[in-house]
Design a protein around this ligand. Structure first.
Ligand SMILES: Nc1ncnc2c1ncn2[C@@H]1O[C@H](COP(=O)(O)OP(=O)(O)O)[C@@H](O)[C@H]1O
Ligand SMILES: [Mg+2]
Length: 414
């Protein structure tokens, strides 16, 4: 390969690693890529003819760039093609995917497996530049190196705009649906060691002994996680504890970091029920989540607190705005704040409205999960849509990757 006048940087082996390489057959994309190469003083030879499969073939025998641009042609063939790429890319290579698939679920899936950016064709030089900039920034949400594209649990943190709005209900049901209906290995972590209600909601015995580890994070290792997590079924595990309320527990950022580090390799999705009082422990979780959900209600107070969380995520943490979910919709009847007014005040659309249903109360009273006991009511259907929003698709459409099969085998599955 002729690197021409490309600016280089040493890779792990001490060889020169290219900053960027592209594979596409699309003439419009090539025009934009050529301009992009020119703007960066890179040789046009970094643009190769071919798609993601060609890239995997090429990178079997050539060094990987730091950022790889690949063209995908169909939703169905992408998972296998990304697997093949993961097998050949050197550690650290980030991936920008481009294609004509205009499906939000596909975009979510790409983000979930760790692709840095998706450029819908035709794209402009500005969107390519923005994607490249995002990918090369050292922020937490700029994608996963290609070599690790799949084995990385996505973290979804749920906060309640106000107490009692239904954050725990959303967490428990979403985790249950992801595990049982969408067939993902899911962990549900209750980040409130003293007042958390996840175990109550599932009628499980809360764990004990987490406090010590939260205060001394070096004790949190893989074995510890296996010991303290309660397995609800094959796909769903819970971490929840009921520590004494006599003292204040001083869980640190390091505890959250250690919990993430130890749970991420074991699951596909990690759902966190976050207490509303923010501490270094919970702030770390918010800042390092792939997605944040804010459960709210259509009231003035719900709007005020939603706005504060929105601003905190956007302006302070500099992460994507939370996905807002309105719960117990309809409970206040005509006294409920109109949805359009709420959306106007927040400056965001509310995509998910979960109606108020007595079934939810009934389920909570006996430690049952609404998604299990009342499968076909509108509230459960919205909870399904919410879970699918993050996983990308319903179970039967979920593309199966080679790694899924390998992991299933390692874990004793078929
Ligand atoms: N959509 C709903 N309809 C009716 N009751 C609900 C709904 N969602 C939650 N609840 C009930 O509201 C109460 C508070 O819910 P919870 O999930 O514990 O809130 P939070 O975690 O925000 O404090 C519980 O009794 C729960 O069963
Ligand atoms: Mg709660």
């Amino acid at each position: 390969m002729n690197a021409g006048n490309i600016k280089t940087q040493n890779n792990k082996n001490g060889d020169a690693a290219m900053p960027f390489m592209a594979f596409t057959n699309d003439s419009e994309s090539i025009v934009v890529l050529k301009q992009f190469a020119l703007n960066n003083s890179w040789a046009e030879s970094i643009i190769h003819s071919g798609d993601i499969e060609t890239a995997a073939q090429f990178l079997k025998t050539n060094h990987s760039p730091r950022v790889l641009f690949v063209d995908v042609t169909s939703q169905e063939s992408t998972p296998a093609a990304l697997d093949a790429l993961a097998d050949v890319c050197e550690p650290g290579t980030k991936v920008i995917v481009s294609g004509k698939i205009n499906e939000y679920s596909f975009y979510c899936w790409l983000v979930d497996v760790g692709v840095s950016s998706y450029l819908l064709k035709p794209f402009t030089i500005h969107s390519l530049e923005a994607a490249y900039k995002k990918t090369t920034e050292t922020s937490v949400n700029n994608g996963t190196p290609a070599a690790e594209l799949k084995n990385h649990a996505k973290i979804i943190t749920v906060i309640g705009a106000r107490g009692g709005v239904g954050a725990t209900t959303v967490c428990v049901n979403m985790a249950w649906i992801m595990a049982n209906n969408l067939n993902h290995k899911t962990a549900l972590l209750d980040f409130d060691p003293q007042f958390g209600t996840v175990s109550l909601a599932l009628d499980l015995e809360p764990g004990k002994g987490l406090r010590d580890a939260l205060e001394k994070p070096d004790r949190i290792d893989g074995l510890f996680i296996d010991r303290v997590m309660v397995k609800v079924d094959d796909n769903l595990s819970i971490l929840s504890t009921e520590e004494s309320i006599e003292d204040t527990i001083t869980a640190t950022e390091a505890a959250a970091e250690a919990l993430f580090k130890q749970t991420q390799p074991k699951f596909s999705y990690i759902i966190i029920d976050l207490p509303r009082v923010l501490s270094p422990f919970t702030r770390y979780a918010l800042a390092h989540s792939d997605h944040v959900i804010c459960v709210t209600e259509y009231t003035i107070a719900g709007l005020r607190e939603s706005l504060r969380y929105l601003e905190y995520c956007r302006d302070i943490l500099k992460i994507a705005p939370p996905v807002f979910v309105a719960n117990r919709v309809g409970l206040a009847g005509k006294h409920q704040m109109p949805k359009d007014e709420f959306e106007k005040g927040l400056g965001q659309k509310i995509k998910f409205d979960i109606p108020f249903v007595l079934d939810a109360h009934a389920a909570a009273t006996v430690g049952e999960v609404l998604a299990e006991t009342a499968k076909n009511i509108p509230a459960t259907r919205v909870l399904h849509l919410l879970a699918e929003h993050f996983t990308g698709s319903a179970a039967e459409q979920k593309p199966k990757t080679k790694l899924d099969s390998i992991l299933a085998l390692l874990k004793g599955g078929k």
